[in-house]
Ligand binder design. Structure first.
Ligand code: PRP
Ligand code: URA
Length: 242
């Protein structure tokens, strides 16, 4: 067996120039301006490397996923409206700042989306959370809706829709259809997602041109079983049961 080459040491915030980065560590470009991809910092790539590694055990998978989820929620909150708000500092000077405006809620697509709820709660204390249970058929990858329980005034709220994996886009599309049927305007929904496929993004953004997506990374594509590649396998299994 040939000895493995020593890993290249990447120092400092620049990581590597775009042209030097291995293909799989470059998020795929998409043409939709409603889609925001987190800044591709060395930290984020290192966190993604942890959770993509099949040898990462469950405790570490949860820990590193939660760190990325926190970054996603913080970025998602930047897409909500604010109003100008001036405060007085302890030294008696004005600070012309901002305040959040409007009511929000989270909606998780069960089961994997529930892993993102704590990250939202960490940023928005006592936020209301609704649930939609959608499961993808393991053979056909078609989504099936089993259950939903949503805040009664959801039509008056901004909705952070939570699901870490965005493969064909079928589950997310079905969840958005439920939200729209309850009166939530498309433009008041933010889909917060960890790893997307270009196919899923295209299906979704074409169907919902006003709905914003915040994701950490757009992967290369889907395999013959509609799993994201390189991906990280089944998120729900790795977070909850493996
Ligand atoms: C996974 C994932 C998404 C869906 C993505 O859930 O969490 O909901 O698949 O695939 P799609 O974009 O092709 O619809 P799954 O149905 O496997 O259930 P789980 O959350 O219980 O793992
Ligand atoms: N659901 C997952 O958890 N992973 C995939 O790659 C696709 C769907």
């Amino acid at each position: 067996e040939k000895p493995k080459p020593a890993p290249v040491q990447c120092v400092g915030p620049e990581y590597r120039s775009e042209s030097q980065k291995p293909t799989a560590t470059v998020s795929t470009d998409v043409e939709f301006e409603t889609v925001t991809v987190l800044p591709q910092t060395p930290q984020l790539i290192a966190l993604l490397s942890k959770i993509r590694d099949r040898d990462t055990e469950r405790g570490d998978f949860i820990f590193y996923s939660n760190r990325i989820i926190r970054l996603l929620v913080e970025e998602g909150l930047n897409h909500l409206p604010t109003v100008e708000h001036t405060v007085t500092t302890p030294v008696g000077r004005p600070y012309d700042g901002l305040a959040f405006e409007g009511k929000i809620c989270g909606v998780s697509i069960m089961r994997a989306g529930e892993a993102m709820e704590q990250g939202l709660r960490d940023c928005c204390r006592s936020v209301r959370i609704g649930k939609i249970l959608i499961q993808r058929d393991e053979e056909t990858a078609q989504p099936k809706l089993f259950y939903d329980k949503l805040p009664t005034d959801i039509a008056q709220r901004w909705v952070m829709l939570l699901d870490p994996m965005f493969a064909t886009g079928g589950s997310a599309i079905m969840a958005v259809e439920v939200l729209i049927s309850r009166g939530v305007p498309e433009e008041h929904i933010l889909f917060i997602n960890l790893i997307a496929s270009p196919e899923g993004i295209k299906n979704f953004a074409t169907k919902f041109p006003k709905l914003r997506v915040v994701t950490a990374f757009i992967d290369q594509g889907l395999d013959e079983k509609n799993y994201i590649i390189p991906g990280l396998g089944d998120f729900g299994d790795r977070y909850y049961t493996m």
